[in-house]
Design a protein around this ligand. Structure first.
Ligand code: SF4
Length: 430
């Protein structure tokens, strides 16, 4: 099992962000904030609650995400990990990641203290090293803070450091993006996530772009940013293992790989999602409501049962994000059907256009395929939906209780109609 802990606090709200978090304000000490104290108390209760349900389960990785988990002092992080180990069986050498904003690692020995508290992987939210773009994004740090944070983390003894970057930012040029990558490569992180900007509805950044106050780079430039960025990273030993993720050999993020491979995960904290034994639930994206649910013992009551069609679609979507790809036999194991026969025409068209490769029983997207992954998935989903509908009608696949026969949208004639539309993916903090 994977464990995700959502820490819903930030210093201030970034202008592009749609995650659930409460801005604490600059200068507020998180330790003295009643909101933070309430969160920690409630989190301990939640750990005990799930400990009663799944106690003793083996935990392969823990991920503190947010929000800005590095606002929590190392002492508190250590206590949370102690409680977790009391209820669950944390495997030896489990990956324990903390997302950190650069400015929150400024003070003295903080990185070393996180290491002592049990964190063995830091994921630093750099986003860009360009001061103007940092301002546009509303990030609370300066480029120098990022360089400093990575240096301090390494000095403290962290052997596994990841950085998060964004491309396709308003006003960003291809040259600027590639320069950022070169500067980041010089910092020698072990892992680099590079996400294309997603304009989240209702965010200030989206409004600025909508009103014409800011302009995104043209599609063509965004395609080049993705393709040339990937090549540059690979030339420097960062292997792409997922659409937006690159790592030195042996430094892939185990936690995220677990999601993409369909492992069970338990999410703690407000707004966190869990999926265990094909049942999925999400906690309220509101600290008070989450607190009430825990006190009432009603957390996880609103459960979605994942039927066979949902499970197959998710498997296709998640596996195709990775460069390893979809194990074709896994489709047969889940459905009793032959993937190649069910998707013959589509697979042929994708192959002829260089968008997929099939080798050693795996089907994977090529880099050009990743550029249009949304379109490819839409078509695969539509076809899989049709197959399921026919199979259910003929009794070959039994619907789950309460599951409807889905009506798939028709297959689009041209797979490549939106070839220019770059895929912007940000794996959600579940
Ligand atoms: S992007 Fe991260 S730091 Fe910024 S508001 Fe969102 S969760 Fe907080």
């Amino acid at each position: 099992m994977l464990v995700y802990i959502h820490v819903p606090f930030c210093r201030s709200r970034c202008r592009y962000c749609a995650f659930f978090s409460n801005p604490l304000g600059r200068g507020v000490d998180p330790v003295s904030s009643p909101l933070v104290r309430d969160y920690v108390d409630t989190l301990f209760m939640e750990l005990a609650y799930w400990g009663d349900c799944f106690g003793g389960s083996e935990v392969q990785s823990v991920f503190f995400g947010g929000g800005t988990p590095s606002l929590l002092p190392p002492r508190i992080i250590g206590l949370i990990l102690e409680r977790l180990a009391k209820f669950f069986s944390l495997i030896p050498k489990a990956e324990v990641t903390l997302e950190a904003n650069p400015e929150s690692l400024r003070g003295g020995h903080r990185a070393a203290q996180y290491l002592d508290a049990g964190i063995n992987r830091l994921s630093i939210g750099i986003q860009t090293l360009d001061e103007t773009l940092l301002h546009t994004l509303g990030r609370p740090h300066k480029a120098m803070d990022s360089l400093h944070a990575a240096f301090l983390a390494r000095e403290a003894g962290f052997a596994n450091i990841g950085v998060d970057l964004m491309w396709g930012l308003p006003g960003q040029s291809v040259r600027q993006w590639l320069q950022t990558l070169k500067d980041v490569i010089r910092m020698s992180p072990d892992h680099i996530s590079a996400y294309g900007l997603t304009l989240e509805p209702g965010t200030p950044l989206e409004k600025d772009v909508e009103k014409g106050r800011l302009t995104l780079p043209p599609e063509r430039d965004q395609n080049i940013m993705f393709m040339e960025g990937a090549s540059l990273l690979e030339q420097h030993g960062y292997l792409q293992y997922e659409i937006s993720n690159y790592a030195r050999m042996g430094f892939q993020c185990h936690h995220n790989m677990g999601y993409w491979e369909g492992m069970d995960y338990l999410g703690l904290g407000p707004s966190a999602t869990s999926t265990i034994n094909n049942r999925r639930w999400t906690s309220p994206a509101n600290q008070a409501a989450w607190n009430t649910r825990i006190r009432e013992g009603s957390l996880g009551r609103e459960v979605e049962e994942l039927g066979p069609e949902t499970r197959v679609l998710e498997m296709i979507m998640l596996r195709l994000r990775t460069t390893r790809g979809l194990r074709i036999k896994a489709y047969h194991e889940m459905t009793g059907r032959d993937f190649m026969r069910d998707h013959k025409r589509l697979v042929q068209a994708l192959h002829e256009n260089g968008l997929i490769r099939i080798r050693n029983g795996y089907m994977r997207l090529t880099r050009s395929g990743m550029l249009v992954s949304n379109s490819i998935l839409t078509n695969l989903f539509a076809r899989t939906g049709e197959v399921f509908k026919q199979a259910m009608l003929s009794g070959g696949i039994k619907p789950q209780p309460g599951e409807m026969l889905t009506t798939s949208s028709s297959l689009k004639d041209s797979l490549l109609a939106d070839e220019q539309s770059i895929q912007r993916v940000r794996w959600p903090s579940v």
